[in-house]
Ligand binder design. Structure first.
Ligand code: SF4
Length: 91
């Protein structure tokens, strides 16, 4: 399942940048994997993607909890957001 499929499944629209994403041409890779191997496979595609920064920013802004976005796993994003919240509290 790619991001467009996921967006369609939850009734969301697909951002314009996603039409240029490397995952659009890789329907064989699951971007909502359930194990580390799946995450690594998705991250390989993201590493070659020209819109990875936009993708990651979108996922962080929208608090996307699942899947690989911008080459980052859900665990990475959760840790990043937690650290950002701690920094805001201590500033
Ligand atoms: S960064 Fe990864 S998930 Fe995001 S658009 Fe590119 S290939 Fe798809």
């Amino acid at each position: 399942m790619d991001l467009a499929d996921f967006a369609a499944m939850i009734g969301a629209s697909v951002p314009d940048w996603h039409r240029r994403g490397a995952c659009r041409e890789r329907p064989d890779v699951d971007f909502f994997p359930e194990d580390g191997i799946g995450v690594a496979l998705a991250q390989r595609v993201c590493a070659e993607c020209s819109v990875a920064d936009e993708c990651l920013a979108y996922a962080l802004e929208h608090r996307e909890e699942h899947g690989v976005w911008g080459g980052r796993s859900q665990r990475w994003r959760a840790r990043y957001l937690k650290a950002a919240a701690r920094r805001r509290l201590s500033a």
